[in-house]
Design a protein around this ligand. Structure first.
Ligand SMILES: *[C@@H]1O[C@H](CO)[C@@H](O)[C@H](O)[C@H]1NC(C)=O
Ligand SMILES: *[C@@H]1O[C@H](CO)[C@@H](O)[C@H](O)[C@H]1NC(C)=O
Ligand SMILES: *[C@@H]1O[C@H](CO)[C@@H](O)[C@H](O)[C@H]1NC(C)=O
Ligand SMILES: *[C@@H]1O[C@H](CO)[C@@H](O)[C@H](O)[C@H]1NC(C)=O
Length: 318
């Protein structure tokens, strides 16, 4: 009986197990010890498998471990970036990646989820939602699903955007909901995408080695939710670290290296203390401004709003 169930889990796609999941769950609990040495993965409480996506192989410090799940984003047998998932928010706090300009055309954007959030010993690879097929209840409980975004008034906002990733597999891997937060269309296709293009431009023009980027979400002080399940951010934020850059930077570019940062509005009604509004912007994007700032200023804002003394890059990328 035990052996049969192991094989059942190993070889049968997750979707096929849905109907019987509740019946099996009791038996599965009893069987957990059997899975220790098998080929199934085991979700880690740290980023040990994907430290290369962080400057100096050091993830941000100052974030308490409780409630957050590190995810090494694995797709087609490779790690592509890293995300820190906030389980209660069903959304990432941040994604961390190495910027590399996209090659070729826009990828296949099949949306994916993270099996390990539903079942800690599931495959370490992200998996696609299959059309309108019903989604496993354990997946629904553990993370955002496409249904949450339908009619929510928000778009699916990438933290690690597809255009900052090189190969087709790298780019397809960004289409996982664990890299996505609810983002207003006016931000997503307006000033925030302008920031993404600007960072790409700075990388191409002046960054010699790797550019490490960390992009995240800043929730409301009193959380707001879509579908009563997924936390919507009041602001988006992003910072980069390019430790090796052109030795003859124009004077106007000096403040952008080795680090720079930004915060973007995701709610045109927010107060203007963190990011002021340009009232002359065209109506479709008005109120979704992005304020450029130093890494230190961003870290101050995060410390205040999240109540965490976050340091994003080891030694401030110096
Ligand atoms: C990271 O997690 C793995 C298990 O996934 C564990 O073996 C390792 O000791 C952990 N490393 C640290 C530094 O905590
Ligand atoms: C897109 O990706 C899915 C899942 O990997 C795959 O089944 C499908 O064939 C792909 N479509 C194209 C056009 O590559
Ligand atoms: C960076 O690359 C440029 C040429 O692209 C070169 O002139 C410069 O010396 C390099 N700087 C460093 C610090 O390697
Ligand atoms: C912003 O305020 C307007 C008018 O009060 C309201 O209709 C809209 O829902 C608000 N938007 C958000 C995102 O709260």
């Amino acid at each position: 009986m035990a052996t049969m169930n192991q094989h059942h889990l190993k070889f049968v796609p997750l979707q096929r197990t849905i109907g019987s999941w509740n019946l099996f769950s009791g038996a599965l609990l009893l069987l957990l010890p059997w899975f220790g040495g098998l080929v199934l993965g085991e979700i880690s409480d740290n980023f040990s498998q994907c430290l290369n996506f962080f400057y100096n192989e050091t993830p941000p410090s100052g974030i308490p471990a409780a409630g957050y799940q590190p995810i090494c984003q694995r797709y087609k047998n490779q790690y592509h970036f890293a995300s820190l998932y906030h389980r209660q928010h069903r959304a990432p706090l941040y994604s961390a990646y190495i910027l590399s300009p996209a090659d070729g055309k826009r990828p296949n954007n099949t949306w994916k989820y993270e099996p390990q959030l539903a079942f800690s010993r599931a495959s370490p690879e992200m998996k696609s939602f299959y059309g309108d097929a019903p989604v496993d209840q354990n997946v629904i409980e553990s993370q955002a699903v496409l249904e949450d975004y339908k009619n929510s008034g928000y778009t699916k906002g990438h933290l690690n955007p597809s255009m900052h990733q090189k190969t087709m597999a790298d780019r397809e891997a960004t289409f996982t909901l664990t890299n996505i937060v609810p983002q207003q269309a006016g931000s997503n296709s307006g000033p925030w995408s302008g920031l993404e293009r600007e960072v790409l431009g700075k990388f191409k023009a002046y960054c010699n080695g790797s550019m490490y980027v960390i992009t995240g979400a800043l929730p409301y002080i009193t959380e707001r939710w879509i579908n009563n399940r997924v936390s919507a951010p009041e602001y988006m934020w992003s910072a980069y670290c390019c430790p090796s850059y052109s030795s003859n930077l124009p004077t106007s570019m000096k403040k952008f290296f080795p680090t720079y940062a930004a915060v973007g509005r995701n709610d045109r009604n927010s107060s203007q203390e963190i990011v002021p509004v340009n009232v002359k912007a065209r109506a479709s994007v008005r109120g979704y401004d992005v304020r450029r700032m130093s890494l230190e200023t961003l870290e101050d804002i995060l410390a205040q709003r999240l109540g965490m003394p976050i340091s994003l890059f080891h030694g401030q990328c110096q």
